[in-house]
Design a binder for this molecule. Structure first.
Ligand SMILES: Cc1cc2nc3c(=O)[nH]c(=O)nc-3n(C[C@H](O)[C@H](O)[C@H](O)COP(=O)(O)O)c2cc1C
Length: 393
């Protein structure tokens, strides 16, 4: 029988699914409910010094949808609006009621050593399991020289990590931003400064676009907008890439996230190097109840594959990611058209000719391949509206 139980830095997880620091973890009542419903843990909405002002804009969300489903979410939300005392009392309440759940305190402060250390010293006295340093919020905070302004600056990231590590009595994860040229570079720096693990990714900085009727920004705050953080399905490949790059450069634990909406996404995050995963946007869109499908799906997958636990899945794909130079250039696939599915629309032929290769032609019965001209690029299989083309050896 496989198990979802796992252990990271001596912290026992009943399952590897954590709520990410975000609106679903902005209140004790919400987290309480999520724990009742089966989440393995929660990263609290980022806690800041009480005098750091958080004034929100309205609206603060925008979305790109496809067939009614949100595929890309944007937010410009700031950090926790609650006081440190609220969280201290809440953490004690939650741990007493749910002793087996993991609680991670996400924190952020200004570039002042005392501010960071004061929060940590206060939270050290609570039963939290770990810290997550938010070096990665891409909106609102960078203009105050914090959030992503920290995580895009190696020296400041090192400095703050060492300030926190010098007083923290619990493991310290650093939450990294994907909005850098090389996430592994900054990770190596904070690892040297004493970080115990990484969380990645925070949101990807973006701009939702312009409403062409009004010629104003889609995320419209009284006619103006700002750059925000993208999350949800669209950012998943960026998250996978970042986690894999972290894993290829470090053995520290990784809390992987970014676009997880089902157990398959979670399994892939583990395969590219995550020790546990966090979920935010999918919970915001569909509620805490998604935990049931996440847990049963992942458990069933482990059993089907003959794995005892997620440690046997972890990192399995990392060795499969190499440099372009190392890829086998002698491997060549060709398109195979399923005649039953093909509607002879000619799209594959047109696209192949207009994107360089001219390897396909058609008559009223069939699509023909000129093997000598075919680059094996697979573009035809992606543009076919009927998914009638498969690439084969
Ligand atoms: C509305 C919203 C608020 C967020 N607030 C925080 C926050 O306070 N602290 C933090 O570290 N990350 C915050 N995040 C980032 C998420 O924790 C997570 O890193 C990101 O959304 C990617 O995961 P997802 O695709 O599952 O949402 C927020 C994300 C959203 C959408």
């Amino acid at each position: 029988m496989a198990t979802l139980k796992t252990s990271i830095l001596g912290i026992e997880f009943e399952n590897p699914f954590l709520l990410a620091s975000a609106p679903p973890t902005a209140s004790i009542e919400g987290i309480d409910k999520a724990f009742e419903m089966g989440w393995g843990g929660a990263v609290l909405k980022t806690i800041t010094p009480d005098d750091l002002e958080m004034i929100e804009a309205s609206p603060r969300y925008a979305a790109i949808k496809e067939k009614g489903k949100v595929i890309c979410f944007q937010n410009i939300e700031l950090l926790s609006h609650e006081t440190i005392k609220y969280w201290v009392d809440g953490i004690k309440y939650l741990k007493e009621k749910h002793p087996t759940k993991v609680i991670i305190a996400s924190i952020m402060a200004t570039l002042d050593r005392d501010e960071w250390q004061n929060i940590v010293k206060i939270l050290n006295e609570t039963p939290i399991d770990a810290y997550e340093l938010n070096f990665s919020c891409p909106h609102g905070m960078p203009e105050r020289n914090i959030g992503m302004a920290i995580g895009t600056n190696t020296d400041i990231s090192i400095l703050i990590t060492s300030w926190v590590k010098s007083v923290a009595t619990k493991p310290v994860f650093v939450k990294l931003t994907p909005n850098v040229t090389d996430i592994a570079w900054i990770a190596q720096a904070v690892e040297k400064a004493g970080a115990d693990g990484f969380a990645a990714i925070n949101t990807v900085q973006g701009f939702m676009g312009i409403n062409l009727d009004t010629l104003e920004p889609v995320l419209n705050i009284d006619g103006y907008s700002t750059y925000g953080g993208l999350s949800g399905e669209a950012v998943k490949p960026i998250g996978f890439r970042c986690v894999a790059q972290l894993r290829q450069n470090s053995d520290l634990p990784i809390l992987g996230m970014g676009g997880i909406s089902n157990w398959e996404d979670a399994a892939q995050y583990i395969a590219v190097g995550s020790d546990a995963v966090q979920v935010c946007t999918e919970v915001m869109l569909n509620g805490y109840g998604i935990i049931n499908g996440l847990k049963s799906g992942l458990l069933n997958f482990l059993e089907t594959k003959g794995f005892n636990d997620i440690s046997e899945l972890k990192n399995i794909a990392v060795k499969k990611i190499t440099s372009h130079e190392n890829l086998n250039k002698k491997s060549h696939l060709y398109p195979l058209v399923d005649r039953e599915k093909c509607i002879k629309c000619g799209k594959c032929v047109k696209i192949c000719s207009e994107s360089e290769y001219n390897a396909l032609s058609t008559d009223k019965d069939c699509v023909y391949l000129d093997k000598k001209s075919c680059a094996g690029c697979s573009l035809c299989s992606h543009v076919c509206p009927k998914e009638a083309i498969k690439m084969c050896g």
